[in-house]
Design a protein around this ligand. Structure first.
Ligand SMILES: Cc1cc2nc3c(=O)[nH]c(=O)nc-3n(C[C@H](O)[C@H](O)[C@H](O)COP(=O)(O)OP(=O)(O)OC[C@H]3O[C@@H](n4cnc5c(N)ncnc54)[C@H](O)[C@@H]3O)c2cc1C
Length: 549
């Protein structure tokens, strides 16, 4: 078995992805890279994993856990502990490349049923053993670290089945550890779709989507995960919470909502009921548009969302920098069509791409798309066909593989995202750009990809050469300044990645003291011994390892 750090930090199926020639050109151009820079692999992480921190679980505790799950479903070797010590946050990937396993659990345990989870949680609460629920490990917020040790609860190994598709209620009930493709394949074969397609779709679970409060790429039409959940079952140290699948109720609070965004801090979600939708792949209508400026594109997007004639499912705008890079890496830069666009006033450095899909019955799609085209035309946009949208859809999961080869080249690459109202969108966008422009040799791309009547998200991607020998601090300082800028100018801490430990330090100042007190009281009720994902998640408790921020 490959027990290297590299095998842990690499994305997805672990294939060695290469940088395409046009991307190489861009790197040469923006960062001044020479041929030598492309030959050397920086911090490749090829060493065998070693965990220095000794496990703290006592033999009798291990024996009890073994008696619950069986010998094959508890492991304590270094590689497994390291593998379950992290998600895919840039800082975690960098640590692994530096041979650093900062916060490993003591053991990895894979329960086989809801009842086994109950036994484990009850025991761990009595024994004060931390428990970190683990799904697909695609978290980008440091939410899976185990700074206080304990057990990582692997929910993907056994708790990964569809329990029921109700064609009458139009819902699906699943175990929390099911991965996106298994869920979607079964639904599609029954004529349905879940409608939740995060970029991490292939390697994330239904439980993780809910616990981190995610959004899929077609969320403008299908909704964010909180719009999809109907009911759930969760094991907490204070007992099992099982809610019913009523369409709506007026019985006080909806308790299941407390678990959406709970990031493993209240309990383990074991079962989930989600709304499902008709699957109409052949009837998806799409369109790409181009605008002369970001402001124009945003205004047209707002008008579409507020017109009430029907919504797109996928709805995106790339800002001028992201649009320029799409032209360059997609091969359209300086092409005949590019020259024509420039002549029409769609100039590089200013122009913006907009992508739209509408999914549903053909007549409906036709109607909505026609309306959108009219709104866009009136707003100064121009229809440029459907090819670019189809190309984007084809590579929507594979682009996640580019981060590893970029890091191999010593390029820091990470993303941040926020929710903004229409009133604050331009201010947050321009302030973030102004902040990043102060760092030399930095590529900064922004897009909008989740859109609502009263606002949208902004999604920031940055690329910049790492500071050799000072990689961790350099990133931490830059990242902190960018989060500060976003929040100070009216953005939320997160729209769909969650908070984890990375954004936890901002929670109290962002939400306010009273709100934070309420969250902590809820945590105390469900988890009085603080065993559920302890050590800083969501800012509910202190995080000990200050250097990991
Ligand atoms: C390349 C890439 C692209 C991404 N794109 C998107 C995107 O488009 N949209 C989006 O929303 N997110 C995206 N993410 C972030 C991440 O995929 C999501 O947060 C996802 O929902 C996490 O699911 P997971 O199964 O991997 O959970 P994990 O990473 O394993 O866990 C995430 C959190 O949920 C908790 N948790 C997991 N399962 C349970 C459970 N059953 N009960 C209680 N707590 C649980 C964990 O303790 C942890 O706090 C992306 C990440 C990567 C690396």
């Amino acid at each position: 078995m490959d027990s290297t750090y590299r095998n842990i930090f690499k994305w997805g199926d672990k294939r060695e992805e290469h940088i395409a020639p046009r991307m190489k050109e861009l790197i040469r151009d923006k960062f001044g890279y020479s041929d030598d820079d492309f030959r050397e692999k920086r911090l490749p992480g090829l060493e065998q994993v070693r965990v220095d921190k000794r496990p703290a679980l006592k033999p009798r505790q291990l024996d009890f856990i073994r008696s619950v799950v069986g010998d094959d479903d508890i492991v304590t070797d270094d590689y497994s502990r390291a593998r379950f010590s992290c998600g895919k946050f840039y800082g975690e990937l960098l640590d692994l490349r530096l041979g650093r396993v900062a916060c490993p659990p003591d053991a990895v345990v894979a329960p086989g049923s809801h009842e086994e989870v109950e036994k484990l949680i009850s025991y761990c609460s009595t024994e004060h053993i931390p428990v970190i629920p683990v799904g697909g490990q695609s978290s980008v917020t440091g939410a899976l670290k185990a700074p206080e040790g304990g057990i990582a609860l692997d929910l993907t190994k056994h708790l990964n089945r569809i329990l029921r598709i109700s064609t009458v209620n139009k819902t699906v009930t699943v175990q929390a550890g099911i991965l996106g493709p298994s869920l979607e394949a079964e639904l599609n074969s029954n004529g349905y779709t879940c409608g939740h397609f995060p970029q991490s779709f292939e390697y994330s679970t239904a439980g993780g989507w809910i616990a981190a409060r995610g959004a899929g790429q077609a969320s403008t039409g299908y909704g964010k995960i909180e719009d999809m959940v109907v009911a759930l079952r969760a094991v907490t140290p204070a007992g099992v919470i099982e809610t019913k699948d009523y369409p709506r109720t007026a019985q006080g609070w909806d308790l299941f909502r407390l678990f959406i965004g709970s990031e493993g801090t209240l309990g383990v979600i074991t079962e989930i009921t989600l709304r499902i939708h008709n699957y109409n792949p052949r009837d998806t209508a799409s369109a790409a548009f181009i605008f002369r400026s970001f402001g124009q594109a945003v205004e047209a997007m707002r008008k579409v969302m507020q017109s009430e004639y029907g919504k797109p499912h996928l709805f995106r705008i790339s800002d001028p920098d992201e649009t320029d890079i799409a032209f360059r890496t997609g091969g359209s830069h300086n092409s005949m069509s590019d020259k024509l666009l420039r002549r029409l006033g769609f100039r590089p450095g200013e122009r913006c791409l907009m992508f739209v899909t509408v999914e549903g019955e053909r007549d409906y799609n036709h109607f909505v798309l026609k309306k959108i085209k009219t709104t866009v035309r009136k707003g100064g946009g121009m229809f440029i066909g459907t090819g670019a949208v189809k190309k984007w859809l084809d590579q929507r999961y594979s682009s996640a593989y580019i981060r590893d080869p970029l890091m191999d080249l010593g390029i820091m690459t990470d993303t941040l995202e926020t929710a903004v109202t229409w009133e604050s969108l331009m201010k947050v966008w321009s302030s973030a750009r102004a902040y990043v422009s102060r760092r030399p040799k930095t590529v900064f791309m922004v897009h909008i990809s989740h859109v609502y009547e009263n606002g949208a998200n902004l999604y920031f991607t940055f690329l910049s050469p790492m500071e050799k020998g000072n990689e961790r601090d350099d990133f931490a300082t830059f990242h902190r300044g960018l989060v500060d800028t976003i929040v100070e100018n009216g953005g939320s801490l997160s729209h769909h990645h969650g908070v984890g430990r990375v954004l936890a330090p901002w929670m109290e100042s962002h939400l306010g003291e009273s709100s934070m007190k309420a969250l902590k009281a809820i945590k105390r009720h469900f988890d009085p011994e603080n065993i559920m994902n302890p050590g800083g998640t969501l800012g509910l408790t202190q995080y000990r390892d200050e250097t990991d921020r």
